[in-house]
Design a protein around this ligand. Structure first.
Ligand SMILES: Cc1cc2nc3c(=O)[nH]c(=O)nc-3n(C[C@H](O)[C@H](O)[C@H](O)COP(=O)(O)OP(=O)(O)OC[C@H]3O[C@@H](n4cnc5c(N)ncnc54)[C@H](O)[C@@H]3O)c2cc1C
Length: 445
């Protein structure tokens, strides 16, 4: 009989819900514990890239996300409004190359579609349930040690496996490492803005924000990303600027005048857009040092998502790579996909295989986000001129088509080297290949 694990997932963010779906599909009993009283993902916009939409489609989740918009163009402007890079047919090109869409949605729409699918598969999602502690050294059964997960309300849940999907401030991570260490500042912060269409009075601007398109403006020490959501009813704008928040402040309401002042002299299209804003949040962008291991010595805890590989949002990969994590973990825990997971006692080696597949990629993506910052935040000067020459050369050569070649391009969003590595990742094929390799290795022993 196939081994059935009792899995407790801490956190019903995008990574936790993603893991719950694939673990449930693999036949396990899954409970998700979430501290929030309701599922209301904070922030607003989310860019979904083909590496994740491929998975969401297979799970029948993407089909239930409210009005995802596939951007038809991807454009990078310099801060004065000059086009540096532009790709037409961005939607079609992504589908053709990666067999899945690039699309923009509201976070809460994805979170709810994931939660609905998880619940259909029998996953229990307990809200208002904050995990405070975990004892990893419970009784040994079928070759694995049981973990006891304690919650704020005094209940204890027993699990064969705890999946830490509790984000940047992960309690599970602190319990595992036996010390609390706050995340580290990256030096940047994000102003997060959502404009509802009625807020935009200017006709030209209204037309612009309704178009499914991704736009970036890049300038000294800062950049901006903007795109439509919910079929053009909302416009998501994120301003990425140097962090001026006090050390202990992770999030606060932003001052509109202060925000506009930072963009004085930038493209009038952008400054006009900022005039429409009546409310803004300021978020400190944080990261963490790479961990030695994402698995505890007892092999009954594994970390995923922002709990182990938080990154700058400059490539929109935090959630996308977390969905990959959840998918790979669940697939490896399926005996029909992975014959190496034939009994509960195979859990430690299965988790090691998960770590082998995911840790290097998650951490490499996080490092790449810092490279994107370097290329998008250049101050005026020699380096920036060199960058813009490369942009110009390709703008002339590609004429709206895709960039080709083997050289890196300063916008990784359309870079012929980085984009295929990010968007071309196929979690299902990755697991299939790893399992085939593992069985070949065990046969040759
Ligand atoms: C400005 C900005 C823009 C971004 N844009 C994108 C984008 O376009 N595309 C993209 O892929 N990524 C984007 N990201 C990154 C993305 O938001 C995160 O990487 C992703 O949400 C991480 O998901 P997670 O589930 O690992 O963590 P979280 O989303 O942080 O979820 C953790 C969950 O755990 C719960 N929790 C925490 N502690 C406990 C506890 N002790 N007990 C129980 N529950 C607990 C929390 O309430 C939360 O629901 C962006 C980030 C920022 C800041």
């Amino acid at each position: 009989m196939a081994p059935q694990l009792s899995i407790v997932i801490v956190g019903a963010g995008l990574s936790g819900l993603a893991a719950s779906i694939q673990c449930a599909l693999s036949g396990h009993e899954v409970t998700v514990l979430e501290s929030a009283k309701e599922l209301a993902e904070v922030g607003a916009g989310l860019q979904l890239t083909p590496n994740a939409t491929k998975i969401l489609q297979k799970w029948d989740v993407y089909q239930h996300v409210n009005k995802p918009a596939e951007p038809r163009t991807c454009t990078v402007y310099n801060y004065k409004g000059k086009v540096l890079a532009h790709e037409d047919n961005f939607d079609k090109n992504n589908r053709r190359k990666y067999n899945a869409p690039f699309s923009d949605c509201h976070r809460v729409d994805l979170q709810q579609a994931l939660a609905k699918r998880a619940q259909e598969l029998g996953v229990e999602v307990l809200l208002n349930t904050r995990v405070t502690d975990i004892n990893f050294s419970g009784e040994e059964r079928d070759g694995i040690k049981e973990a006891a997960v304690s919650t704020e309300s005094g209940t204890t849940l027993l699990a064969d496996l705890v999946v830490a999907a509790d984000g940047l401030w992960s309690t599970c991570r602190s319990v595992f490492l036996n010390r609390f260490a706050p995340p580290l500042p990256t030096g940047d912060l994000a102003y997060r803005i959502v404009l509802n269409l009625p807020q935009i009075k200017d006709e030209k601007l209204r037309k612009m924000v309704q178009e499914p398109a991704v736009r970036f403006w890049v300038g000294p020490d800062a950049h901006v990303v903007a795109y439509s959501m919910r079929g053009g009813e909302m416009y998501n704008v994120v301003l990425l600027v140097p962090d001026d928040l006090d050390e202990g402040v992770a999030r606060t309401q932003g001052d509109l005048d202060e925000m506009r002042k930072l963009f004085e002299g930038w493209d009038p299209v952008l400054t006009q857009l900022l005039e429409c804003v009546d409310k803004v949040d300021k978020w400190k962008l944080m990261h963490r040092e790479e961990m030695k291991s994402w698995i505890n010595p007892q092999s009954n805890l594994v970390l995923i998502g922002d709990a182990c590989h938080p990154m700058l949002p400059y490539l929109a990969q935090g959630a996308n790579s977390s969905i990959e994590d959840g998918c790979v973990l669940g697939l490896l825990l399926s005996p029909s996909v992975n014959p190496g997971f034939a009994s509960k006692s195979d859990l430690p080696s299965t988790l090691q295989l998960f770590q082998k597949l995911r840790k290097a990629r998650g951490e490499a993506i996080a490092r790449e986000t810092f490279k994107q910052r370097r290329d998008f935040h250049m101050r005026d000067g020699l380096e920036q001129e060199k960058r813009d020459k490369l942009f110009e050369m390709w703008l002339e050569k590609a004429k709206g088509a895709e960039i080709e070649g083997e050289e890196e391009f300063p916008s990784r969003w359309t870079c012929p080297v980085v984009q295929p590595w990010l968007y071309g990742y196929d979690a299902f094929k990755e697991v299939e290949a790893a399992v085939a390799q593992a069985s070949k290795e065990s046969a040759s022993l």
